[in-house]
Design a protein. Structure first.
Length: 346
């Protein structure tokens, strides 16, 4: 396993990060524990979760994923072996995350409540990386390509940083990060942190994969020059880059079959792009999922590739993708396909 510095913290995290969002809904507690055991045995020291998980978000399963991680920490007694990342929700109408039944936002009161409840579920007294799951301000995310201006209520970024400073000083959180954020948002957080002596964001967790490389258009330079590396999620485009959904296939037990939420990957242009990448994998004798994962892991602005799996077979394929040899010919074939059909899916 390769290890890379998390922002400017001096902490080294594995180039593969274990994603956890299916635990408590698609996966049982025992299966979550099995995945964490395998990850640790194979050199992964970085786990990512969120207060909102499991996904899709529901009142009945909210917090279940953190509880599974917490029970594993208690059973194994190895909290010190893991760099643990979790997230606080951004602004949303979800009314089941807060005790008073209000929708979520990144106010001081809500952040303080959220971090304490995450610590309780995780059965730990500190979080290594605490991330803002999505912006508090209104913005088109989770299915939109490009910026669309919106107005609405928001907590000012300096005030959010002041609250984060409070929980850092209390020892509840070591470092902070962003997620589903724009280049403007990232630089604005950095600006206020520098101007006011507030905590500096160390990472940004955004979607990044072969059919969505929009992070390269602005985020990658910030990652390289400012030390705010990408924690890339959805490296397989929610499974579409494995080829399992091509030509209308609907595997039993798949996320699309269970939840029917993945239409963003079903445009004609996305289908053409995926067909091209599947052909490239076949040409080079590679498993398409391993090729897609290793593409993400080998980008210079990526700190860690957040993989996720519902079966041990899928997990082992994802973790061992780190061993795929990335050749210049493979890189050229990937770039040619990208130029032919750039960023077809959000």
């Amino acid at each position: 396993m390769e290890y890379r510095e998390l922002g400017r913290t001096g902490i080294k995290v594995s180039a593969i990060c274990l994603g956890t969002m299916t635990w408590g809904q698609q996966n049982t507690e025992a299966e979550g524990h099995e995945q964490m055991d395998y990850a640790i045995d194979n050199g992964i020291n970085f786990f990512d979760t969120a207060e909102m998980y499991a996904v899709p978000p529901r009142a009945e399963t909210q917090g279940a994923t953190e509880k599974i991680i917490g029970s594993w920490f208690k059973a194994r007694g190895n909290r010190d072996k893991v760099i643990l990342a979790t997230k606080v929700a951004g602004r949303s109408p979800m009314k089941w995350l807060r005790r008073d039944g209000s929708g979520t936002e990144q106010s001081r009161a809500q952040i303080l409540e959220a971090v304490d409840r995450s610590l309780e579920r995780l059965q730990t007294d500190y979080i290594d990386l605490y991330q803002l799951h999505w912006p508090d301000r209104p913005i088109n995310l989770f299915g939109g390509l490009g910026y669309k201006h919106m107005e609405g209520p928001t907590n000012p970024i300096p005030e959010i940083l002041e609250t984060l400073q409070e929980i850092v000083k209390a020892g509840k959180v070591r470092y902070i990060g962003l997620s589903n954020e724009t280049p403007w948002g990232t630089m604005t957080f950095l600006h206020h942190a520098e101007m006011k002596g507030l905590p500096r964001v160390q990472s940004i967790q955004n979607a990044y994969n072969l059919v969505n490389r929009t992070f390269e258009l602005g985020g990658s330079e910030i990652a390289m020059r400012e030390g705010v590396g990408l924690l890339a999620y959805s490296p397989l485009a929610q499974g579409y880059l494995t080829g399992k959904y091509q030509n209308g296939a609907l595997p039993a037990g798949s996320r699309k079959q269970l939840f029917n939420r993945l239409q963003r990957y079903e445009s004609p242009q996305t289908n053409r792009a995926i067909d091209a990448y599947l052909a490239i994998a076949k040409k080079h004798g590679l498993d398409p999922s391993q090729m897609a994962n290793q593409f993400v892991t080998t980008r210079p602005f990526v700190t860690s590739n957040i993989i996720g799996a519902t079966t041990m077979e899928q997990l082992k394929l994802a973790v061992t993708s780190i061993n795929v040899k990335w050749t210049e010919e493979l890189e050229q074939d990937i770039e040619a396909a990208h130029l032919d059909q750039p960023n077809p899916a959000p």
